[in-house]
Ligand binder design. Structure first.
Ligand SMILES: NC(=O)c1ccc[n+]([C@@H]2O[C@H](COP(=O)([O-])OP(=O)(O)OC[C@H]3O[C@@H](n4cnc5c(N)ncnc54)[C@H](OP(=O)(O)O)[C@@H]3O)[C@@H](O)[C@H]2O)c1
Length: 327
């Protein structure tokens, strides 16, 4: 074709045809009005030496949402990965960064957020979550996982997570985070929080996959305008979910991988999802999200009716966190 004609056609072609939006571009709106990309990159257990590349690769291929936490001990490298992305021209305001308050800092919220911001090399995060509703002794025998002599977790019984929430509300006013939320909150814990909260949490990040749909939390949060973010969506390291018959059947029906089905499940439920990978090919593969129909979602929902609940992440705090599968 004549190059001038080709150029003319290219100029006249609307942007949505040249750059079609895919499911991985899906965004949800938080109760603050801010947009959160449905797909984010998880960074738990992403080892030093791997996570910087994982973050910068994710940003390069189009991720716009990174999930971090102080306790993961790798925020400095996550920050290096972000810096590399910014150096390549990606704007700070186009990346949604979440991080989390650790349990030994419940009575020192701003201090913990400052530590995370310093490591991440940021002036603000987009979302700051209370990682677990469990205050632990800030002056115990370990800065992150203090234990008592009998080996049990050294909890801070003088402090409550509702007090922590008040501190989080105060930190919101500083602008160091654009939104505040929670993680690992069951319905009874949310109800307790909401009795005193002035700010409704923007998000509740919970373990979520077909072995643990936690429908009662999803329903409660939907009613209150709290976005669910699904963690361990693939079932964490070495997950048996990939071998699950129903998941493989839905994958076969759409000619996609079981991973695509597991991630797309959350977007179909209106939740954001944060698969972790340090493997560049998987980081890219996990961007492939599809629109599941109601039959698919029903088939995935049905798995938990015949399969006992399987919670992969449950630290031994020795606290009843109110989850029905742990009663
Ligand atoms: N709020 C909380 O308390 C909490 C708790 C747990 C997790 N999280 C967040 O949620 C994120 C995700 O959860 P997660 O790390 O537990 O588990 P996950 O994302 O369900 O699974 C991660 C595992 O799956 C592998 N993987 C990734 N993509 C794959 C693919 N396409 N095919 C096959 N295997 C694949 C990863 O391996 P490679 O990395 O080797 O590729 C890794 O071993 C965390 O990283 C963290 O950011 C939050």
């Amino acid at each position: 074709m004549n190059p001038q004609l080709a150029n003319f056609i290219l100029k006249k072609t609307p942007d949505f045809i040249l750059h079609p939006k895919t499911m991985s571009d899906t965004v949800f709106t938080l109760n603050t009005g801010a947009k959160i990309p449905a797909l984010g990159l998880g960074t738990w257990q992403s080892a030093p030496g791997e996570v910087k590349t994982a973050v910068s690769h994710a940003l390069k291929v189009g991720y716009k949402h990174i999930d971090a936490a102080y306790v993961y001990g790798n925020e400095d490298e996550v920050g290096q990965g972000l810096a590399e992305g910014f150096k390549s021209g990606i704007k700070r305001e186009d990346v949604f960064v979440t991080t989390k308050l650790w349990c030994t800092y419940h009575s020192r919220v701003e201090e913990n957020l400052d530590l995370s911001l310093k490591s991440l090399g940021l002036d603000y995060v987009d979302l700051y979550l209370m990682h677990w509703p469990v205050p632990m002794n800030p002056n115990g025998n370990d800065p992150k996982f203090p234990k008592l002599a009998d080996g049990s977790r050294d909890l801070d019984k003088s402090w409550s997570y509702t007090q922590t929430w008040k501190e989080m509300e105060a930190v919101l006013k500083t602008g160091k985070t654009k939104a505040i939320g929670v993680a690992n909150f069951s319905v009874p814990f949310l109800e307790e929080l909401m009795k005193e909260a002035k700010v409704t949490p923007a998000a509740n990040q919970i373990e979520n996959h077909p072995y643990l749909p936690q429908q009662e939390i999803v329903d409660y949060c939907k009613e209150k305008g709290i976005l669910i973010t699904a963690y361990s969506p693939l079932g964490s390291t070495g997950s048996p979910l990939f071998q699950e018959k129903e998941i493989q059947e839905v994958a076969k029906k759409h000619d996609v991988s079981p991973g695509t089905v597991l991630l797309s499940y959350h977007v179909a439920r209106g939740s954001s999802v944060i698969p972790k990978s340090v493997t560049p090919s998987r980081i890219e593969e996990n961007m492939k999200l599809i629109k599941l129909d109601s039959d698919d979602v029903k088939a995935l929902d049905n798995i938990s009716k015949t399969h006992p609940p399987n919670r992969f992440v449950y630290p031994a705090f020795g606290v009843n966190l109110g989850f029905p599968d742990k009663q």
